[in-house]
Design a protein around this ligand. Structure first.
Ligand SMILES: [Zn+2]
Length: 139
């Protein structure tokens, strides 16, 4: 168990009280920890890429040649799963593994003929490694 303690704006209190009202049927005692757990769950379902790319949601990857550098959603989902939602850069110290500020990187840049619809040409990189690789490849 962990204990949280913080000071917040009155608007947060109003939000907590409204959430307690809305969740009264589920949590008759409206314990603060239950309300926060529900709020956190709802937030992560909305913003956490791990939850946006669940394994069962893999869609077919289109077979036609790409006309844009945009990476299809199905490719993004496959790459996200393959790279486990973490930076795939491997350096002398091993894999980076950062899980924040991730970007989809074309291994062979689109400008140099790399295709955006081949998961083998796309990888997850953190912002720092994506910039580093862009400088290395494109100069
Ligand atoms: Zn990285």
């Amino acid at each position: 168990m962990v204990q949280f303690s913080f000071t917040a704006a009155e608007s947060v209190l109003l939000g907590v009280e409204r959430a307690k009202e809305l969740l009264r049927h589920k949590y008759p005692f409206a314990r603060l920890e239950d309300i926060f757990a529900e709020a956190l769950k709802a937030l992560l379902e909305r913003i956490d890429p791990d939850r946006r790319h669940p394994p069962a949601r893999a869609a077919a990857i289109p077979a036609q040649a790409p006309k844009t550098r945009n990476i299809p959603a199905a490719v993004k989902a496959e790459v996200w799963r393959r790279d486990a939602g973490a930076c795939a850069f491997v350096g002398p110290a091993g894999r980076c593994g950062t899980r924040a500020f991730l970007e989809y990187d074309h291994v062979v840049p689109w400008a140099l003929g790399g295709t955006p619809d081949d998961p083998g040409n796309i990888r997850l990189l953190c912002r720092a490694h994506n910039r580093c690789e862009a400088r290395r490849v494109l100069g």
